[in-house]
Design a protein around this ligand. Structure first.
Ligand SMILES: Cc1cc2nc3c(=O)[nH]c(=O)nc-3n(C[C@H](O)[C@H](O)[C@H](O)COP(=O)(O)OP(=O)(O)OC[C@H]3O[C@@H](n4cnc5c(N)ncnc54)[C@H](O)[C@@H]3O)c2cc1C
Length: 426
């Protein structure tokens, strides 16, 4: 049996592990912290704008398990907020356990609290990776989904210091770029002012720390919009954040809160003393990052060049997905690239042609577009997401955005791609 090793247990790594397992491989998923899902433990927004199309395409391709879970764990469905339609909000407080059980039920070997620190190659082929405790893990194919966030030194250098986010680098050790260990140079994202990286775009407040009125509205509608006093409006903050899909005036002029189990506040950070001056926020307390009053995690510090089948250029048996595979923002983007990378890692181990999704579907186009901009001028300043900004505009222009499930079903069927990830290749 062929062995696939997935490094990094965020949404991309979980999806890669699942599709590799479904294709028939023996799969080991290695995660440095004590939880899977990585940044997925603090996000929650799904199916907004073009993410709806991508989720439905993935389900039709057979990449369905993780979307079934995010749908089932949604606290709110089909809500609209400024610039965004038909969003679902999964509960960040329960989803990790559900995903973890799914991985174990599928008999994926899950190594938690296991940080990969090195890779051993013969020529351009990885033979094994080494954990911090010295243990060596062999494999036929490898998928790197370690994300692009931190570690601490980078948040100090390019941000406002370690804001103590869910990745908990001081406890579990820094992210390691496996592609870099293989001699492939990391690409680094930039902000409009030329600084490296970008601030994560939201903070989470403890819902119980907010007024009863705000809490009730959040629980009922999933959304609260509070106009800011004139002196508190800061358009500048829109430029520093990752999430260009939220770089809209409404997000500078209002406090926008979404109910993901916590109260997700759509700003990169907000001084606690100022926040507490707003009615209903007198006792506000940060849940993530702990220092959301002064900063947030810094992302897009480690992207690898790869082909449209997600194989890393320069290494014969290494694939990437999620943020590591482009300047992608989002759970949906991580999941759909993860499913493709995991599937192709098995095909690669067997020496059979890899799957490249056509550009006539949104996922195929996003994978190819994310690749193209890596070489374009100022491409390192763009962030790519089905949910908004440049890429959602492109989806609309190309006619790729739809919420018509029957239309998508017909399209995927005609392309001969129905349930392609369900096929047992080994
Ligand atoms: C505060 C915040 C809010 C967000 N909100 C949303 C939202 O509402 N909706 C949305 O769609 N997106 C949201 N995002 C973006 C989204 O979470 C990410 O783009 C996506 O989840 C990235 O997934 P990933 O798997 O590529 O990377 P990550 O989630 O970063 O996962 C990488 C994993 O690799 C592990 N790892 C790193 N190095 C090693 C190593 N050497 N050995 C073993 N493991 C390692 C890490 O511990 C981590 O678990 C948010 C992000 C943040 C930070």
């Amino acid at each position: 049996m062929k062995k696939v090793v997935v490094i990094g247990g965020g949404w991309a790594g979980c999806a890669a592990a699942i599709s590799a397992k479904k294709a028939g491989a023996d799969v080991t998923l290695i995660e440095r912290t004590d939880m899977v899902l990585g940044l997925g433990n603090v996000g929650g927004i799904m199916r907004n704008n073009g993410r709806y199309t991508a989720a439905e395409e993935s389900i039709l391709l057979g990449g369905r398990e993780l979307f079934e879970i995010t749908d089932a764990c949604s606290r709110h469905k089909d809500i609209d907020f400024p610039g965004h339609k038909h969003a679902s909000l999964y509960d960040v407080n329960i989803i990790e356990g559900v995903v973890r059980r799914k991985l174990l039920e599928m008999k994926i070997n899950l190594l938690l609290k296991s940080r990969v620190v090195d890779a051993t190659l013969e020529g351009n082929t990885i033979k094994s990776v080494t954990l911090e405790n010295g243990k060596v893990i062999n494999g036929d194919s490898f998928v790197e989904t370690t994300g692009t966030t931190g570690p601490m030194g980078n948040c100090l250098r390019y941000g406002n210091g370690c804001a103590m986010c869910v990745l908990r680098c001081p406890s579990f050790g820094p992210r390691v770029s496996i592609t870099q260990k293989c001699g492939v140079k990391d690409m680094i994202g930039k902000r409009n002012d030329g600084n490296y990286g970008a601030f994560s775009g939201s903070v989470k407040l403890n819902k119980e720390s907010l007024s009863e009125e705000i809490r009730n509205e959040l629980n009922k509608n999933g959304l609260v919009v509070i106009p800011l006093p004139e002196e508190e409006i800061n358009q500048g903050k829109l430029n520093i954040k990752v999430c260009q899909q939220y770089a809209l005036e409404a997000f500078a002029k209002n406090l926008i809160l979404l109910d993901t189990g916590h109260a997700k506040l759509m700003v990169p950070y907000y001084p606690l003393d100022k926040l507490r001056k707003i009615e209903g926020f007198e006792n506000a307390k940060y849940e993530d990052p702990y220092s959301g009053g002064i900063g947030n995690s810094i992302r897009y510090l480690s992207v690898a060049k790869r082909n449209n089948n997600l194989k890393v250029i320069g290494v014969d048996n290494l694939f990437v997905a999620g943020e590591k595979s482009g300047f992608y923002v989002g759970h949906t983007e991580a999941i759909v690239t993860g499913y493709l990378a995991g599937h192709n890692s098995v095909k690669n181990a067997l020496g059979i042609p890899l799957l490249e999704l056509p550009r006539t579907i949104a996922i195929g186009d996003l994978v190819a577009y994310g690749n193209e901009i890596l070489d374009s001028e100022d491409g390192d300043k763009l962030k790519v997401t089905f949910a908004g900004s440049v890429y959602f505009e492109r989806m609309k222009k190309l006619g790729l955005y739809t919420i018509d499930k029957n239309y998508l079903k017909d399209k995927i069927f005609k392309l001969g791609l129905m349930n392609v990830y369900d096929e047992k290749i080994i």
